[in-house]
Design a protein around this ligand. Structure first.
Ligand SMILES: NC(=O)C1=CN([C@@H]2O[C@H](COP(=O)(O)OP(=O)(O)OC[C@H]3O[C@@H](n4cnc5c(N)ncnc54)[C@H](OP(=O)(O)O)[C@@H]3O)[C@@H](O)[C@H]2O)[C@@H](O)CC1
Ligand SMILES: [K+]
Length: 556
């Protein structure tokens, strides 16, 4: 599913209007679809028709949606009151028309008043609250709105009102104060129990912003409302494209692998996983097993000769070959059947071990295919760099980027490794939204894109909301949030398994890399969810066959 930026949403809206639908009609559709969704979500609200409701309307078109909802609710017998925020600000034409229609229908509009809103909420804790203050047009820090405190989850749980049957806080498009591009809470944000995204999901619906200085802001359940705009972005829509790796896409990725499973084991590709020395081989073995379980034809763990016996005692289906140094590794890489090298896991980044780690990285990248190799050039060979393969370049990230630029490579940093390679981007990601005028949204998508452009290869920034970007700007988000949250993945070695899954997929299909890595993140999370509590990293690879079988069954 595509994640649509505010600028792209405007292009979509313009395309809809060019096909003859007016802006006023789009707003009417948005309002009607929102009210239907609210009543489907809480069918009990259909019954006591005189239920009180507060509709919080802002100065822009998000507010316009609110006036339409208020009018339609009134027509159904609700008693909504509109609170107008920033009443002196001129409204766009469509929103002004929606406000006129509301007034013509006899609706009551009151100026914003924190005390009054708080009081109303206090006296009607069963009131439906519709937040239509700000949507995609939020460009700067929100002033602190005391009334928003009344909707805070902690307040509702203290009142005993967080019981699912009493949920009533609905945000139109995005909770006001939450940046639709990044998910950042811009100072003060509405806490919703249901968020109704107009026409498409925006990045802010799936990204988690961890920066300090925000207050409130929750999405609750997220639904997308189709208001009849074109399903696809026009070709000339601005900005790079972003996608969510959701269940339909995971099934499509699985279907794309199926034809590859009919050939010889070498047709599935051979993966090499360099390992650390004595006592340090566990991480590489975890990655190797995951690569094999994901469908690599052959997987070989390559420890230094001193650790050969130890690894031999722990491996069966995974093969083993000692690699004394980078020259021996480079010689091994002359075998064209090797389709992927995954390295960094357990290799070591301390003074003693980093020369070997660095030399192996250099050899792996020198042997990786050019990123833009045509399919006529034969199978792609990729390199997956994780953990110590990244950390050894902390003092000199440019030296790494000189090797990765233009190569079929995937860097898989977690937040700490990302900060070592891209300290300025990490600092921007965590700095509070400035209180001065306009804010240029900078979130995980922007950070991953910038990192991929710098490194000249694919970058996967790990997290519950994993973001993967290619250097051309195409980006994928894999969101293990809400119903797909998988707290069990916070276990030692889980990252090694992810590197192995990526390698297993890359050994079968070398491209497109960002998409493939996003699918790996999906498999990784589903494996964790399939196992559930008590998960340790060793359990993950053996869950993969069941997860993949499930995807195939769902897509046949
Ligand atoms: N596109 C579509 O297909 C459709 C879109 N629709 C709806 O339109 C919504 C987008 O509408 P929008 O563009 O008018 O922006 P919106 O969020 O209402 O706010 C703009 C106003 O807020 C102000 N403002 C900004 N930041 C602020 C702050 N921190 N604190 C205070 N004020 C702030 C800003 O002021 P300015 O920055 O201009 O000074 C301006 O006055 C979209 O989310 C969806 O709900 C549907 O109706 C139909 C189809
Ligand atoms: K809103």
């Amino acid at each position: 599913m595509e994640l649509v930026s505010a600028a792209q949403m405007r292009a979509l809206e313009a395309a809809g209007m060019a096909s003859g639908v007016s802006g006023v009609e789009l707003m009417e559709r948005a309002g009607a679809a929102a009210l239907k969704a609210i009543l489907d979500w809480r069918p009990d609200l259909r019954v006591p028709r005189h239920a009180p409701a507060l509709v919080l309307c802002g100065p822009g078109n998000n507010g316009g949606d609110g006036y339409v909802i208020a009018r339609l609710m009134r027509g159904m017998g609700f008693r909504p009151t509109v609170y107008r925020y920033a009443p002196d600000k001129p409204q766009p034409e469509e929103a002004a028309e929606a406000a006129r229609r509301w007034a013509a229908a006899g609706g009551e509009t009151r100026p914003w008043d924190d005390d009054e809103i708080e009081e109303r909420i206090g006296s009607f804790d069963d009131a439906l609250v519709v937040d239509a203050l700000l949507g995609m047009g939020t460009t700067r820090r929100m002033p602190s709105l005391r009334a928003f405190d009344s909707f805070e989850p902690s307040v509702w749980s203290a009142l005993g009102s967080d019981d699912p049957s009493r949920r009533r806080h609905v945000a139109i498009d995005v909770p006001s104060g939450l940046c639709s591009e990044t998910g950042a809470s811009l100072g003060c944000a509405f806490s919703a129990q249901l968020t109704l995204a107009i026409q498409a999901l925006k990045p802010g619906h799936v990204l988690i912003d961890r920066r300090a200085g925000g207050h409130g802001g929750a999405l609750g359940e997220v639904q997308v409302l189709d208001i009849g705009l074109p399903a696809r972005l026009p070709d000339d829509a601005p900005g790079p494209r972003s996608f969510l790796l959701d269940a339909p896409e995971a099934r499509a990725q699985m279907r794309a692998l199926r034809p590859l499973w009919q050939g010889h084991k070498f047709a599935h590709g051979h993966v090499l996983v360099p390992a650390g020395g004595v006592g340090k081989g566990g991480a590489a073995r975890l990655a190797a097993r995951a690569a094999l379980r994901t469908g690599a034809g052959l997987v070989t763990v390559c420890p230094p000769p001193s650790a050969l016996i130890e690894n031999a005692a722990r491996l069966d289906a995974v093969m083993l070959r000692a690699v004394a140094d980078a020259d021996a590794f480079a010689a091994m890489l002359e075998d064209r059947r090797i389709r992927c090298v995954a390295l960094g896991m357990g290799l070591g980044a301390d003074e003693r071990r980093s020369p070997r780690t660095r030399a192996l990285v250099e050899a792996a990248l020198a042997a990786a295919s050019p990123a833009d190799a045509p399919s006529s050039a034969g199978p792609v060979r990729s390199a997956v760099l994780d953990a110590d393969a990244l950390t050894v370049f902390a003092q000199d990230p440019e030296a790494l980027f000189a090797l990765t630029r233009g190569r079929a490579a995937i860097l898989t940093p977690h937040a700490g490794e990302f900060a070592r390679l891209f300290p300025d981007l990490a600092a921007r990601l965590s700095s509070p939204v400035p209180s001065d005028d306009r804010w240029t949204p900078f979130g995980r998508l922007e950070a991953a894109r910038e990192a991929a452009a710098r490194a000249g290869c694919t970058v996967l920034l790990k997290g519950p909301d994993t973001v993967i970007a290619d250097p051309d700007g195409e980006a994928w988000v894999h969101a293990a949030v809400r119903e797909r949250a998988s707290p069990w993945l916070a276990t030692a070695g889980a990252g090694d398994v992810l590197a192995g899954i990526i390698a297993g997929l890359a050994s079968q299909r070398g491209a497109p890399r960002a998409r493939l890595a996003a699918f790996a993140a999906w498999l990784h999370v589903e494996a964790a969810r399939a196992f559930g509590p008590g998960l340790i990293a060793e359990d993950l690879p053996d869950q993969l066959p069941g997860v993949m079988r499930g995807l195939l069954a769902a897509s046949s």
